[in-house]
Design a protein around this ligand. Structure first.
Ligand code: GFB
Length: 304
């Protein structure tokens, strides 16, 4: 299969691999996905059989709060262009990445796909969430009008090598790793945002990359699939694991002037478990170790 991965240099895109396939990892240097003409031209030249669409303007609670307009505009345009370019280029199968933040803030737990559009998303990331919801709408509409076998996945908090380790806009895991690295090196305090109480489900980038490729090749259903780890981990527990991994002996400070965001988002991953009952998820401690080691070894060139 000729497979095109958008966001191919990013954390998830770069982890998509396959021995018997031709995989093209697209980066922003190859194509500006905000540009409709460029996107359509490239897709019709390459004519891939399948597309895994990971590209997007993404970040953690800081990025989402500071760049609301950009997150809305960029994601809406990128998704719209990629899905339409795929259709016009005759792409048979497509899997687009959404996020568990598409769900309403006021929701019944666990998160289930019938609740995606039922209310306002959390205030910390509603522009990103609405843009992602529209990808779900576009895919559904294209299935109904054009009969295309396109679908989406809804991952919980992804982490892994090649993430964005920026100290203001990154997600919690890469930011904490980078902050700890500096605190240890400079013998300073380690500051964590918020209360440490919120709960998150983490999933390793290499696991979700494998699963999304499997979905692209095998899934015949129409519904989006939620992909998440089984365990809810508090930010405090994550901090403890990272402190242990770095063997950090300094002060850990919880900065209550910084936001907690959504308190929790446990999700219903029963469908993917049914489809892939034997998939071996990377244990959390192992994934953390690999990510920390990757960051230390690639410090100079890591995105930060
Ligand atoms: O990954 P994160 O920024 O985003 O995690 P969300 C936020 C949680 O970690 C909050 C705490 O409870 C923060 O208070 N936290 C502690 C930190 N220290 C830090 C830190 O140094 N940096 C960061 N970033 N957080 C994102 C959405 O929500 O989840 C995105 O904003 C996306 O749209 C993603 O959907 C999956 O988990 O709150």
């Amino acid at each position: 299969m000729k497979l095109l991965v958008t966001g191919g240099q990013g954390m998830v895109g770069s982890a998509v691999e396959g021995k018997n396939d031709e995989i093209i990892h697209l980066s922003r240097d190859n194509c500006n996905l905000l540009n409709k003409k460029q996107t359509h031209r490239l897709f019709s030249q390459l004519k891939p059989d399948g597309v895994i669409h990971c590209a997007g303007k993404v970040g953690g609670i800081g990025g989402n709060s500071n760049f609301k307009g950009e997150y809305f505009y960029n994601n809406l345009l990128i998704n719209t262009n990629v899905i339409e370019a795929s259709r016009l280029a005759g792409v048979k199968r497509l899997v687009a990445y959404l996020s568990t933040c598409v769900f309403p803030d006021n929701v019944t737990y666990p998160l289930t796909i019938d609740q995606i559009h039922t209310g306002e998303p959390h205030s910390s990331n509603y522009p990103y969430a609405y843009a992602k919801r529209m990808a779900d709408v576009q895919i559904r509409a294209y299935r109904e009008q054009y009969g295309l076998n396109y679908t989406s996945i809804i991952p919980s908090n992804i982490y892994g090598p090649n993430d964005n380790f920026n100290l203001d806009h990154g997600h919690v895991m890469p930011m904490l790793i980078h902050k700890l690295y500096l605190a240890k090196k400079n013998n300073t305090d380690f500051t964590v945002w918020g209360s440490g109480k919120p709960l998150r489900e983490f999933i390793y980038s290499k696991d979700i990359a494998k699963i999304s490729k499997w979905i692209l090749e095998n899934y015949e259903g129409t519904d989006p699939l939620i992909i998440s780890g089984d365990e809810e981990v508090s930010i405090k527990d994550l901090v403890d694991l990272l402190v242990q991994e770095f063997n950090f002996k300094g002060n850990v400070i919880f900065d209550s002037t910084k936001p907690d965001g959504q308190y929790k988002k446990p999700s219903d991953n029963s469908k993917i478990k049914e489809l892939l009952p034997n998939f071996e998820y990377t244990p959390f401690e192992k994934g953390i170790k690999e990510t920390v080691n990757w960051f230390i070894e690639n410090y100079e060139n890591a995105r930060k």
